[in-house]
Write a new protein. Structure first.
Length: 120
């Protein structure tokens, strides 16, 4: 049996985006010493709005489109990854994911309480 609610579906999308943000940040960190590597990322808020509205392009997966991050200072080798920036981005993405997990736990507790309400 599969029990789902609109809020649970939205939380799933939220946590998927937080995980994608963690993956993009990890990619940036892994390439800190790669000459010419350019920092990538995506607009979390815009992607969440797109996911909630159900908008997607034909043939597009649910994962966000990564784009190069503008306005970062590049080193002489052309790499513009900042470990300080990426560390902050990692902490923010982890906080978002943990928040999503806690909200999902509460939602499923609410659903289970509603299911078992008649047995009390």
């Amino acid at each position: 049996m599969n029990i789902t609610t609109p809020l649970a579906d939205q939380l799933t999308r939220y946590m998927d985006l937080a995980a994608a943000q963690l993956k993009a940040t990890a990619t940036n960190m892994a390439n800190v010493d790669t000459p010419g590597f350019r920092t990538v990322g995506f607009d979390f808020e815009a992607e969440m709005k797109r996911a909630l509205s159900g908008q997607s392009m034909p043939g597009e997966s649910g994962s966000p489109q990564l784009q190069q991050v503008d306005g970062l200072l590049a080193r002489p080798d052309g790499n513009n990854v900042s470990m300080d920036r990426e560390g902050l981005a990692m902490a923010e993405a982890q906080l978002k994911f943990r928040t999503g997990v806690e909200l999902a736990k509460r939602e499923y507790t609410r659903v289970m309480d509603a299911i078992h309400a008649d047995s009390k």
